[in-house]
Every structure is written in structure tokens, then in C-alpha cells.
Design a protein around this ligand. Sequence first.
Ligand code: FES
Ligand code: FES
Length: 156
Amino acid sequence: MTRINLTVDGDKVADDVEPRMLLVQYLREKLGKTGTVIGCDTSNCGACTVHLDGTSVKSCNVLAVQADGAEVTTIEGLAQDGELHQVQESFRECHGLQCGFCTPGMIMQSIDLLKNNPKPSEQEIRVGLEGNLCRCTGYHNIVKSVQHAAAQGGAQ
Ligand code: FES
Ligand code: FES
């Protein structure tokens, strides 16, 4: 077992974990953060995307021990004082989801995209989200959601 200390959604946590434990497993199984989901076993779908020190990562592709000392934000840490994050609100307003399985990862990736490029073109949005798969929407409303969020002030 290896001792890790990190901050998750604003809360400091300390745990002993097996060195092989994935960050996504740690979040879901140890912390109960089941808003971060697992959609594949090949690092392809992006459903498990979280922010590690402010940058989006696929949490199935990171070991929990690699997050030692880091700040992790999941979809469950976005809303503040009962108010949805702007990007969450935009996905709701623009119907950027159907079954919702890809949505946590899409939103976390969209925030990272908008942080780096506050006014992305449609093409830049599509490229920025290419690591996140959606089986339902055909992506059009997801792109609209990100455009709407950009128009509203982006990743803030
Ligand atoms: S569960 Fe991480 S990329 Fe699919
Ligand atoms: S809304 Fe169902 S997978 Fe994207």
C-alpha cells in the first residue's frame, strides 16, 4: 500500500492505496464519486475525464498514486452554492445530452478546452472533444452547448 494525500472537489483526503489502483477506481470506489464513469477499458471514450491540477485527464489512464499532492476536480465539484457551472448549464439549455453517460467527461473536457481557447470555432470544438465519445447525440448539440458556454463567458 502507498500513502497518498490529495484534494478532491475541494476536500483534502488521505488514503492508503494499492500502487496499481487507477485514479478512476479510487474516485468511484474509495470516495464514492460515481459521477465520474467508466465507459471503456481502452482509454478511448473519455467518460472518466477529470481535472488534475486544472488540466483534463482520462482518470482511467492515471494511477491514484500519480495524483498524490494534486488537486482533482470531478463533475461533482463543479456546482458552487447550488448553482451549476456555466458549461453544465449550457449542456442543459442546449440539450447536449441524451442518455447522459458521456456527459461528465464531455463537460470536464469542454471546460479545459474553453480555458485554453475561450472562443473556439466549431472545428476547434470538434477537435478538442475528439477524445470523448458519445453514442447518442450525433455531437451536434454538444458542439452547440460548448458554443453557448463560450458566448456566456466560457470556462469561468
Ligand atoms: S473509461 Fe477512461 S477513456 Fe473510457
Ligand atoms: S448522451 Fe449518451 S453517450 Fe452521450
